[in-house]
Design a protein around this ligand. Sequence first.
Ligand code: ZN
Ligand code: MN
Length: 476
Amino acid sequence: MNYEVIIGLEIHAQLATKTKAWCSCEISTKAFENTKVCPVCSAQPGALPVLNEKAVEYAISSALALNCKINPHSSFDRKNYFYPDLPKGFQITQFPSPIGTDGYISIKDSNGNEKKVGIERVQMEEDTGKSTHMAGASLINLNRCGTPLIEIVGKPDIRDAKEASEYYKKIQSILVYLGVSHGNMQEGNLRCDVNLSLRKKGDTKFGTRTEVKNLNSFKSVEKAIEHEIQRQAALLDSGKKVEQQTLLFNIDTGTTKVMRTKSNADDYRYFPEPDLLPLIVSEAQIKKLKENLPELPDAKIKRFMQQYSIPYYDADVLTSSKELAQYFETAAGAYKGEAKKASNWIMVELLKLINESGSDIAKSPVPALELANLLNFVLDDTISGKIAKDVMQKMYDERISAAKAIEKMGVKQISDTSALEEMIKKTLTEHAAEVDRYRKGEVKLYGFLVGQTMKNTKGQGNPKLINDILKKLLDG
Ligand code: ZN
Ligand code: MN
């Protein structure tokens, strides 16, 4: 392909406050339609908004975590447009002076290198109601009206589909770590729009971009980008122009359809919201929120690498969610061996079982302390490392402890030296011919004799002891 791909993401995140942005209505996705409304959020004449302090704190914490500068003097604006699920006829948002500007996050690019993606702005705004379209009718539910949102506008620093989903995952992870958003895409807590354009390699001017909406999973972000790159490249290759359009992506067909064509930039007739005072935050308030930020994914990765001597790859996987990170720390803390072993078992064995059964780490049938117990049994030679995988499967399937699973399976390793010596002597008698050949110089028969001994112990002999005793009896 002769084009460079330019991608910028706009992410809307619902803030997990108890009540709405400008009124005290409860935020609930389960409540009966149009029961969580009041004169303010249903836009009755004369009703006045009052800013939710918690929403401001959450927005500032988010902006800080995204390395933004906090604007000590921001303000609210009206973005005017008509839609039935927006009863006021405008959305309260922030236009010239958002709460946060000029931030960045770090992601892995497609070559596995660290890459900074810029964040232009973080602005506070409100959600709309919900429309449900049916044959011959549209239903409006205003329960969601006035739910506080932040919009995170990324700089056009992203170059392919993988980077885009890495970026989106990182933003989700940061917001969930902060506890400011539930980050659940299926529930619409987090929504993503993709701006994409192509330009000839070497060009400095951006090409015409399109905006793809309706992306509610990491997969759909990637698929929409891949499709849009192909579509725009085909247009440009055949000498046609890309039109500035807003597109809707359909995950089932993997294609987009045109929602609207923009002849000019949309004119929302922004003007300052006259019913809300400017938002002024003091240095002291910002400092306090900054001090109260929890440990974020990047810092946790660094700490894990140092504290537990695990490679970046492990630390990155283990910090991908707060729950997984917690699980690892509990397991590694209780395990008496090296943390890398616990990391391997979590990443390979446990996550495999969890993915296969569609469970999640917070509800793992094998709790972190039991995983540590299992690994400690390998460490002190109670069971072999090989059999531990079967034990884990049993623990997982039957939700039982490591000790219980080992007892039920009867797989305790034989580490009794005299018992092992008896078994080895028996093996050597059974294979007297091979022993003879071994002693005459056919050293490769050693492996065979180890194998036969293992067979006689039904795989439960301690391999290290077998090795020691066998050597002593053969060569000693
Ligand atoms: Zn209300
Ligand atoms: Mn917005």
